[in-house]
Design a binder for this molecule. Sequence first.
Ligand SMILES: Cc1ncc(COP(=O)(O)O)c(C=O)c1O
Length: 395
Amino acid sequence: MTVSKHFANGYADDVTGMDVDLDLLVDNFRQTKRHVAPAEVVAVVKSEAYGHGAVPVARHLSEQVYCRHFAVALVDEGVQLRLAGIDGEVMVMGVTLPSQFPIMAEHGLTPVLAGPAHIRAWADLARERGEPLPYHIKVDVGLGRMGVLADDAEQMAELVRHLRPHARPVGVASHLSHPAGTEEHNRMEFCRFTRFCEVLDASVPGIPRHLAASQAAVRFPAMHLEMVRIGGLLYGLNHIPSPSLSPRPVMRYCTRLGQVKRLPAGWWVGYSQQLQLEKDTTVGIIPVGWTDGLTSYHVGVGSLLVRGIRCKIIGTCTDFAMIDVSGVPDPQLGEEVVLIGDQGGDAIDAIQLGKWAQISTGQLLGKISLRVPRRYWSGSHAAGKLSILGLDFGE
Ligand SMILES: Cc1ncc(COP(=O)(O)O)c(C=O)c1O
């Protein structure tokens, strides 16, 4: 691989950046695959692979561990993968409308279809194109989101069988409403799904089934079925401890102190007088704000690391945050500040940073815009970079 001058210096020119360890990503994938075998792993790379960068993540999984199934939420996310040369199945799990079907077929994307009107329109397009088009059927077992109701199994089975020469079912999917909830609740939803699948199987046998995402894959081995759709576990964002699976976070997110100054007690910090200092305070100003994952809710609650010392967030704006670095002896301009990751024996994980703002990890990571460059590492070497300037893997 030729190393482009943009990252030949180990990314030293970046003030802020998110480091993604591609070797850990591969390790998490392999662990997950072993855990769910013989079920297939569908790598969920929607929302820029939970902020890690969809194309570099999908490419690496495809090349290094031969991952053949990817899932995104939106049509454009699927097109993005195809334009980057990702082959294998690209499943579009979110809302798709018949008006988008031609572009999906053009790029070989596989929709997860929510009801009879969608399936008929997909079959019509297949007839027009003169080729069968694959799709997954979505069943709503309790989330109240996209999908047919489990009780409609008979009519759906008839429709799927009737349209099969054109619209080719390659999967039947559902999604649990509360995978961290009680076993009883999850078993009830799972039974709704398997009942639907049994009826379908009597008309159209052998369609692969998938319902489990990360939490169910860890908690309920009986729910692995033929495929599992995994996001969080791949990125090391596991909420459920498990003896047989220990995925590690693949991302480290850091910035640098852009100014250090002393403010007197009583001074207000942030827009609309966010927080008033109770005592004289050494304040560090950093170039990450609301566009980069921090929120107003972090103020006074969350902390970031400087030299391994927790520094309270005392103000946030669109492009800046202010932290209390009074506990750091003689803090220096340009010193590293860690938002997610380890430093000096302490660590803050993405789950914690989200919790401080009362948002899920997915919501938090989705807020970190692409103006934070994603820097990829493999075998301790700089491998490439994704930023608003584009994708640079030295190609
Ligand atoms: C339909 C669907 N399947 C799978 C996933 C992956 O979930 P997780 O990140 O918990 O593995 C998601 C994520 O939101 C989803 O919406």
